[in-house]
Design a protein around this ligand. Structure first.
Ligand code: ADP
Ligand code: MG
Length: 244
């Protein structure tokens, strides 16, 4: 789906240059659930923003669906991020409206964006397991539930790629687990490709592939023996066999 080769990103601030990515090589396969881990300042968010077309690399090559992002027109870049990518952040809750219900929070951006292709708000809430909370005001929901609302909104456009930057950063470990379970579920049921940036190694253990980044380069990579989806399928086959 995405290939990065020798990816470089330099931020220029006043007379200072920050080398955020320093020749990074990485691929994202369609349908995978992967995590990018690394210390603060290692370039995780920078990389995620490049993958989502929020910002352009300075040099190297970043190919998305066969197109090089460095050469892509502004118009193509805008349609790529609007149509193909969903974003989830650490503090999504800040972009949600506390005195509207969960359902209204999902309906609002859909209406505002007037998206052609879109899932209806109720279906989206169902997809994130929040049907029972649809009429609750947002401020009545837990942090984890609010994050689910944000994920529902990110899915409205039926993106092929979901990018999540520290999506559990402000949640306790139990809620973080639930949000991660939701990512796994979505990856499995709708086949969406998901890239999660996190500095939590425990969270990273639960995805199919982990890529570690250090000083703007990939420092190591770990692949699970089996994908989580495969493990779940095996488990389900086992249960079905027992029932027979
Ligand atoms: P991480 O998400 O891993 O914490 P970032 O990608 O945010 O790392 O940052 C990588 C480096 O780039 C850091 O040194 C950071 O200070 C710098 N940086 C990030 N964004 C900008 C920006 N907009 N302007 C200047 N420097 C930036
Ligand atoms: Mg970051």
């Amino acid at each position: 789906m995405i290939q990065c080769e020798g990816l470089v990103k330099i931020y220029k601030a006043a007379d200072l240059e920050v080398f955020a990515l320093q020749g990074l090589d990485m691929n994202v396969e369609a349908g995978e659930l992967m995590a990018i881990i690394g210390n603060s300042g290692s370039g995780k968010s920078t990389l995620l923003n490049m993958l989502g077309g929020l910002d352009r690399p300075t040099a190297g090559s970043l190919t998305v669906n066969g197109k090089n992002m460095l050469k892509m027109s502004e118009r193509d870049l805008v349609s790529y991020k609007r149509e193909s990518v969903g974003f989830v952040w650490q503090n999504n809750a800040r972009n949600l409206i506390p005195y509207l219900t969960a359902l209204e929070n999902v309906e609002l951006p859909i209406l505002l964006q007037g998206r052609r292709k879109r899932m209806r708000a109720l279906e989206l809430l169902e997809a994130v397991g929040l049907t029972h909370r649809k009429n609750n005001k947002l401020h009545q929901l837990s942090g984890g539930e609010q994050q689910r609302v944000a994920i529902a909104i990110a899915l409205a456009n039926e993106p092929k790629l979901l990018l999540a930057d520290e999506p559990t950063g402000s949640l306790d470990s139990r809620m973080a687990d639930q949000v991660l379970d939701l990512f796994r579920e979505l990856n499995r049921t709708i086949g969406i490709t998901i890239v999660i940036v996190t500095h939590d190694p425990l969270l990273a253990k639960k995805v199919d592939r982990v890529v570690a980044i250090r000083d703007g380069k990939i420092s190591s990579e770990m692949l699970r023996r089996k994908s989580y989806a495969e493990e779940l399928e095996e488990l389900e086959r086992g249960i079905a066999a027992e029932e027979e």
